[in-house]
Design a protein. Sequence first.
Length: 284
Amino acid sequence: MTEARTTAPAPTTPRPPSGLLPAGLQERDPDFIRRALPLTWPLIAAWFRPDIRGLARIPARGPVLLVGNHSGGNVAPDTLAFTLGFYRHFGVDRAFFQLAHHLVIRTPWLSLLRKYGMIEATWENARTAVDRGAALLVYPGGDWETHRPSWQGHRIEFAGRDGFVRLALDTGVPIVPVISIGGQETALFLTRGERLARALALDRRFRLKVLPVSLALPWGLDVGDFFGHVALPAKITIEVLEPIDLHKRFGRTPDVDVVYETVTGLMQRTLDELAEQRRFPVLG
């Protein structure tokens, strides 16, 4: 079951005064990233063997909206690999932020991720990051996509969430699709548990539409993935596509539905190609 797509105008929020940033955006720490990158990248490279293709297609400067598919549970390995790969390619001084669910942002043992630029997924944060010239990574599928069953791992599932289209149109920034594969092989994801989530009113209480169930280390049966898990060392492959200038491609007043279907269709075709290249689960 997916959410109904909405094409209502994005809510307007007051922008911070010049020179001020929301608290979450101030936590990105280039000096910390510079010190940590030589340690964290070899660990990620050894465990997930990331193959990140097409980073040079991302505009070298200025704001850009990176739109990715999301896999592997609450601490998604494709996000970690891409974030570190981005900094290795462009340098730690380029402003780069990644949107995440508020529960991930507020989890104490994940606080270091905020130093890499992870911020809460709000319209204000997204708009401010783009307005300040940053590269912004968004995962429209959110918890719905990252907890899909493992046998649906080769699907783009944004559940009709078209906010990324409206953000790109509102700010005039290009969309750069980022497609990954392998994250859904880091555990055995059994079900999203969307019916149980509705029964427990988790959406109203915590903005959670799923209560996933998986088989994962070290817990065995893992309900909710609230404490994360030890990911299996599956190979992560990421493909960055060419930027899409929405007004140049779709005209002066693009139809949000058309843009959404075009972008997600392009991403699905790329994911299908990556799946065809994959020889064995986990091994890649």
